[in-house]
Write a protein that binds this ligand. Sequence first.
Ligand code: MIC
Ligand code: SF4
Length: 643
Amino acid sequence: MGLTLTEKIIKAHIVDGEMKKGTEIGLRIDQTLTQDATGTMAYLQFEAMNVPRVKTELSVAYIDHNTLQNGFENADDHRFIGSVAKKHGIRFSRPGNGICHQIHLERFGKPGKTLIGSDSHTPTGGGIGMLAMGAGGLDVAVAMGGGAYYITMPKIVKINLTGKLADWVSAKDVILEVLKKLSVKGGVGKVMEYCGEGVKSLSVPERATITNMGAELGATTSIFPSDETTREFLKAQGREEDFTELSADADAVYDEEVNINLSELKPLAACPHSPDNVKPVEELAGMKIDQVCIGSCTNSSLQDMLKVAHILKGKTVHPDVSLAIAPGSKQVLNMLAENGALADMIAAGARILESACGPCIGMGQSPNSKGISLRTFNRNFEGRSGTKDGQIYLVSPETAAASAIAGVFTDPRGLGDMPPYVMPEKFLINDNMIVQPASEADAPNVEILRGPNIKPFPKAAPLAETIECGVTLKVGDNITTDHIMPAGAKILPLRSNIPAISEYCFTVCDETFPKRAKEAGTSIIVGGVNYGQGSSREHAALAPLYLGVKAIICKSFARIHRQNLINNGILPLEFVNEADYDKIEQGDKLVLANIREIIKTNGKIVVEDKTKGFSFEVKCELSERGRGMMLAGGLLNFTKEGK
Ligand code: MIC
Ligand code: SF4
């Protein structure tokens, strides 16, 4: 029986377990990446492991999220990360060099390698044939120390592409179509493997747009084959030697299959407030808009930017619209500057931002009250833009640019002839913003620069014999990590200071939660389906941990967040009978009697609701290693126990 591409890469990297669906496997990790908003914690955790030098083939620390320096905090964190990188053998991508995923694709990604990153959009690397996964900072720290990365052996979905995209329809519309079909939880426990004739017509950055937003499906990752297009891309990046041809065997067996005819796709938009709330742009056409933002790790490649510049050339941004553009990397920005496309954008009235995440994570450019903002980004969760009642639509760069000129939602297919995109024979290669680490001999002399905002991270205690506490919060379905631990320009600078940032925990849902949780001392949160979808931010576990949360009981979890809870010693529990969710109220006292013994022996977990006077069953599906981590109080304690 043949193998899928995913299975081939897993087979070459498996160090623990067997390739049996649904069971836990440990993978050797070749490359890691971190970004600054999760990086400080990841490196504090790495320091706690006492490993002098990273053991991966390549580790890169990027600065791209917290680039608005409205106070000393972010700049201090950048310096801390830079010094840790220098000391421990990690390359350091300086602020200004661009967004981690875009740069990693351009300069470091290699087909067939494994990559984990402390950012949920790490699967962007799947565009170049890598098995690239988002993970919590602690998992990345462990991988840098040479430890395996554990996942559940995923189901593998074949996404069979046929046909060819029509003019002005783009990769963003492909992934929005997949999201429409499968929803934000449709990918949980699965890898999306793209195959079929249609693959050939997509460039590497287009493939990367699609794998990037596989994160919005909740997928473990997404991957494209590595073919002639990949070789050409790597060659133009001066790295042809990094190319390996890779694809699934012809007789590979998949768990599910989805068929997409590229020729039939139309421009699409994800409407507020979820990436799967997808409608055709033609249905929204004519709606007045206030803002357009172009960029983010999803759509900021040279190809995207050149299309945008073409649409803007000789025009003026509509007087009622603010257009902001952030090219994804220094390479992209530099090339736009050299070929004149940047001048076309500036002349049209675009507000050029630095190459960074920027508005995608609420670091500036929040829209006006109730403002309608079209963005080429990947997430439109409520409040993420920094404006609580902002109405964010996710669209392609083509739809975004056409709408910015018209002042209303515009279907780009009315723009006339589309110029062909020809990839440059050689990209502009200048890695002068990547700082190389100190040599092993010099490393001991490198001083770690710690700012006053950097506080130690909270540590979980071993699992208690019995948990008895109240429900301090009950929330609904699809709670995102942006609900649990909001980001934005005001809160992000506190990422290195858990006591301070926890004051904002869940405040999008309920401003009184942090105070209530602290007063309670210990507590439990109750949630619906797909709890913790979205980012990899460990802060969505660390802040509740700091506030005394001992367990989350919900209908189902998103993958990375569930792992972050386990890594930090918070019990992830799921209702056996979902109807029990309705019977529990905020304020109820719950008892998990003998929970330590039950976890140890993998027994049946019965929760007593003392307030309502009934009991219900929950499950906690853990591997032996997972149980060990829960008992020890998280991954660090478990690792210290020598496991
Ligand atoms: C995001 O897009 O939500 C982020 C900000 O990149 C996060 C990481 C973080 O919260 O720092 C992610 O996607 O993991
Ligand atoms: Fe940055 Fe946005 Fe990409 Fe997250 S989704 S890495 S915030 S650009």
